[in-house]
Ligand binder design. Structure first.
Ligand code: SME
Length: 163
């Protein structure tokens, strides 16, 4: 496995297109879910420089902090709380242009201004949410949603073979 990430100049869509096969090769042959989620968080963080990039895993009836890159964060989120909880309960991607305007948003860091949270669903159950925070307002768009959902599909396809 190549451990060097190639970061191209270009639009965000082009960066997602370049990142995707690199994530595929980072995951190839590795079945440890924490190792793989850690590398996904690191790769996305390194390419885009978002403020916070990480995972909350469904565990013990709540969302529990998993691998991430960025400042320290809340460790446990109830299923019905925050943007992460909303993604968990609706089983849909939640795009929040202004976190101050999202009722119940959990402010782990005051620098966070916009957020996108994507659920990974395996056998009908949300196994984790992928949470990205930006220190810019309205930083995430459908381009991010599409690029990140492709990564989520990879996680969903691999999940049962990971330990
Ligand atoms: N803002 C999230 C909490 C997690 S942190 O952003 C890392 C939420 O409202 O669910």
């Amino acid at each position: 496995m190549a451990e060097d990430l190639v970061i191209i100049e270009g639009t965000r869509a082009e960066k997602y297109a370049s990142l995707y096969p690199q994530i595929q090769s980072l995951l190839a042959g590795e079945t440890d879910k924490y190792a793989n989620l850690a590398n996904i968080a690191a790769a996305v963080h390194e390419v885009f420089g978002f403020f916070w990039v990480g995972f909350y895993l469904t565990k013990e009836n709540q969302l529990v902090l998993g691998p991430f890159q960025g400042p320290v964060a809340c460790t446990r989120i109830p299923f019905h709380k925050g943007v992460c909880g909303h993604a968990y309960t609706t089983k849909e991607t939640v795009l929040v242009p202004d976190v101050e305007a999202f009722p119940g948003h959990i402010a782990c860091a005051s620098a966070s201004k916009s957020e996108i949270v994507l659920p990974a669903i395996v056998n009908g159950e949300v196994v984790l949410v992928f949470d990205l925070d930006s220190d810019q307002l309205a930083d995430f768009s459908e381009v991010d949603q599409q690029g990140l959902e492709k990564i989520i599909r990879l996680i969903e396809e691999s999940w049962t073979s990971w330990v």
